[in-house]
Ligand binder design. Structure first.
Ligand SMILES: Nc1nc2c(c(=O)[nH]1)N[C@H]1C(S)=C(S)[C@@H](COP(=O)(O)OP(=O)(O)OC[C@H]3O[C@@H](n4cnc5c(=O)[nH]c(N)nc54)[C@H](O)[C@@H]3O)O[C@H]1N2
Ligand SMILES: Nc1nc2c(c(=O)[nH]1)N[C@H]1C(S)=C(S)[C@@H](COP(=O)(O)OP(=O)(O)OC[C@H]3O[C@@H](n4cnc5c(=O)[nH]c(N)nc54)[C@H](O)[C@@H]3O)O[C@H]1N2
Ligand code: SF4
Ligand SMILES: [Mo]
Length: 686
């Protein structure tokens, strides 16, 4: 283990590991071995000394009386959360024995399940990957958040690349597209405010009149899943008014003639009908985009959680090339910057441990189906064991009744590594207490900016908690996996992850380093696509038998007059939660109060619903009870079921994912959380 002595009194440099584009630099004040304060590092450009409300309460979360402090073994029925404490030795020996027994028949019956509870490269997939590679377990396709948009972006721009976030402060037009920045990207909102003070116009495109939408100059409340239609109508306007940068189009793009042809079919009237907004809003949007130099789009993942999510991202990603917005450092677009970081995968994950084996890949987004699959020669063995870390699938995966049914299987062996007794932990055979960011080492990049950060432990582990890495080292040892890669300590893993190209000494002393990224990455082309151009048309997609051009792909579930589920439901996050993290932090839950659905005055009146009433949201997949909020935040025909509450805090023991489906996006195999038709009915007044 790391021979590293923690100081009893210190201010310790760290990083916020949550799934958030801001990736803040933290300063934790430690007094007498106890963390008393967590603040933003004022020396870090992107943090500017400020944290969101959630993480400012980090000590409350860390020292919560509900923290898991010792290993637990299930003693009651699955799902009820009845456990007794056991020693680490007993837990590890039993888990290793069970896994060995399953692996003796077929290691692919074992599945890791993890996502972004921590985005750290070390406490994420480092020792864990080595362990599962050696074991030969099934692979997990980590699609639950961003893979549709990421693929769309990658086919068009060549990678998860875009504007440097800091230059949005100089933009003259910012379109916030499918993002509630005030809730989920607060440091970007500060930049947008700065731009606004310097005269920039802010436009928000979002079905919900979010906290962000109401503070922008213009809000386009489009129907969920219609962003590509909007983008095409904008393109057509750009053509008609010749707001195009012909030189840029010619030199740095591929397939303009074909894209133009498709765009010309999207009249204002056609797009207005599909998007459910007035023509003039689209006309004005196009004019602003076409006539403002230094125009920028902050796209975010909210708009790709629908059937056509990847195509929508592709369509929007064409817009900056049409007008040559990329020529300016304060123009272009940003969805994600994560391709600027290169995790040293070969050394960190050690895929070589697989040898000749090529285990099957199972999709985390359809875990409900997968856990209930009996196994078949084509599909492979039935899943017999799941090891969950950094994720809470019972709450976050779609179609939860199926997920719950799967995890309730008596013949399934489930291990959950967690900070808290989550909905998923309630179904575990063993719950293992994990350390938080204040208690372990890590290193990671960001998907919203271009700095790499290091996290030092500030305090000793709370109770008997152990880092994920240590849990996998212990399991590896118990399963007789030998070799130095199974004993590498966490500080060394940080070094391995960062790779040789990073100045690790600077990372150690300063806590962050900036990646070498050009200020205006595509000013003169240089896209990371095979052609080096912005690919409106993709030969790679054509080779896969897919449409080489972006298109408007309608939702799976669309409102049909007279249909029994007439309302579209989106389920963006509540501001004070981060996915299902923080829901159990009492002071934050007190702000969000109760699970609720936002519904328009018109839709509420039709159903006799008033604010504060208890309602049910339902469809053929299930029903979810919550409180109604009759509000202008919801547009007619769309309800907003704010997420992601723990099921056990729900009024009927479910959450919003009870009604979402396991269907997948056009590209990227991602879930379609915001492509979901429901009905809402009154249960109880007041
Ligand atoms: N406070 C807080 N911050 C978070 C998170 C959190 O849970 N809470 N989650 C983190 C994670 S995991 C991620 S991936 C990022 C997500 O970052 P964002 O993608 O910015 O996520 P949201 O804030 O959910 O914003 C999505 C917005 O998209 C809107 N939307 C829904 N459907 C559509 C559509 O079809 N078209 C358009 N144009 N808009 C649509 C929603 O109403 C919502 O306001 O945020 C991260 N930050
Ligand atoms: N309906 C609906 N569903 C959604 C979404 C939506 O908008 N609507 N958003 C989706 C998105 S964008 C995402 S990213 C997923 C998020 O899904 P997840 O990544 O599963 O996110 P969380 O719900 O925050 O769960 C993370 C868990 O990891 C734990 N954890 C944190 N750090 C550590 C650690 O160091 N070690 C261990 N062992 N555990 C740790 C936390 O305590 C927490 O319980 O949810 C998706 N689900
Ligand atoms: S959740 Fe986001 S905004 Fe909040 S501290 Fe972490 S990185 Fe910063
Ligand atoms: Mo996410």
């Amino acid at each position: 283990m790391t021979h590293f002595v923690l100081e009893k009194n210190a201010v310790v440099r760290g990083l916020c590991p949550h799934d958030c584009p801001d990736t803040c630099a933290l300063l934790t004040t430690v007094e007498d071995g106890r963390a008393v304060k967590v603040q933003g590092n004022p020396d870090h450009l992107h943090t500017q000394g400020v944290l969101c409300t959630k993480v400012s309460r980090y000590t409350e979360r860390t020292y919560s009386p509900q923290r898991l402090t010792h290993p637990l073994k299930r003693v009651g029925p699955k799902g009820l959360g009845q456990f007794e404490p056991v020693t680490w030795e007993e837990a590890i020996a039993d888990i290793a024995g069970k896994l060995q027994h399953i692996a003796a028949t077929d290691p692919e019956a074992i599945l890791p399940y993890s996502y972004a509870g921590t985005m750290g490269w070390v406490q994420g997939e480092s020792m864990a990957s080595r362990f599962f590679h050696q074991l030969g377990a099934s692979f997990l396709d980590r699609t639950i958040c961003a893979s549709a948009g990421s693929e769309g972006l990658t086919y068009t721009l060549g990678g998860k690349l875009g504007m440097k976030t800091e230059f949005f402060s100089e933009s003259k037009l910012i379109i916030i597209w499918g993002s509630n920045s005030i809730a989920s990207n607060i440091h970007f909102w500060r930049l947008a405010q700065e731009a606004k003070r310097n005269g920039a116009k802010l436009i928000c495109i979002d079905p919900r009149k979010s906290e962000t939408a109401e503070k922008c100059h213009v809000h386009l409340p489009i129907r969920p899943g219609t962003d590509a239609a909007l983008a095409f109508a904008v393109m057509r306007e750009l053509v008609i008014h010749d707001w195009l940068d012909h030189d840029y189009l010619e030199k740095y793009t591929l397939g303009w003639a074909s894209l133009r042809e498709r765009a010309m079919t999207w009249t204002l009237a056609r797009a207005a009908e599909v998007c459910g907004i007035e023509e003039s809003l689209i006309e004005d949007l196009a004019k602003d985009w076409g006539t403002t130099s230094q125009a920028a789009i902050r796209l975010n993942y909210g708009m790709q959680r629908v059937k056509g999510g990847a195509n929508a991202v592709r369509a929007v990603a064409c817009l900056p090339a049409l007008t040559g917005a990329w020529r300016h450092r304060s123009g272009g677009m940003l969805l994600s910057n994560s391709s600027n970081f290169t995790v040293n995968k070969a050394d960190l994950y050690r895929p070589d441990l697989l040898g000749a084996r090529r285990p099957r890949i199972l999709n985390m987004s359809t875990i409900g189906n997968e856990l209930n699959h009996p196994g078949s020669p084509a599909w492979g063995p039935q899943i017999k064991a799941v090891l969950v870390y950094n994720s809470n699938p019972l709450a976050v995966a779609p179609n939860s009744s199926q997920v719950a049914q799967g995890f309730a299987r008596e013949d399934l062996f489930t291990v959950v590594m967690e900070h808290f007794q989550t909905d998923t932990a309630d179904y575990a055979d063993y719950v293992l207490p994990a350390t938080t960011q204040l208690e372990h080492w890590d290193v990671q990049g960001s998907y919203g900016h271009t700095d790499l950060l290091l996290n030092r432990p500030a305090i000793e582990p709370v109770g008997q908690a152990k880092p994920n890495t240590e849990i996998f080292r212990l399991l590896a040892k118990a399963m007789h996996f030998t070799g130095p890669c199974f004993t590498e300590d966490d500080l060394s893993l940080c070094r391995t992850a960062a790779g040789p190209q990073v100045d690790f000494e600077m990372l150690l002393s300063q806590g962050f380093v900036t990646m070498p990224v050009a200020d205006a990455p595509f000013a003169t082309g240089g896209f990371a696509t095979p052609s080096g151009k912005c690919e409106f048309v993709s030969d790679r997609l054509a080779a896969m038998g897919l449409d080489p051009l972006p298109d408007h792909v309608p939702n799976y579930e669309v409102p049909v007059a007279g249909h029994k589920y007439p309302l579209a439901m989106i389920s963006p996050p509540a501001r004070n939660f981060l996915n299902s993290s923080f829901v159990n932090v009492e002071s934050l839950r007190a702000i969000e109060k109760e699970p609720l659905v936002e519904i328009s005055f018109e839709d509420a009146a039709l159903r006799g619903i008033s604010t504060g009433d208890t309602v049910k949201i339902f469809n053929d997949r299930g029903e979810y009870h919550c409180k109604a909020d009759v509000t202008v935040r919801a547009r007619v025909g769309v309800v907003n079921g704010l997420g992601i509450w723990w099921r056990k805090f729900g009024l009927n023991g479910t959450n919003v994912n009870e009604v979402t489906s396991q269907l997948l996006t056009d590209l990227g195999r991602a879930p379609v959380f915001y492509d979901c038709q429901v009905e809402v009915a009154l249960i109880k007044k007041g």
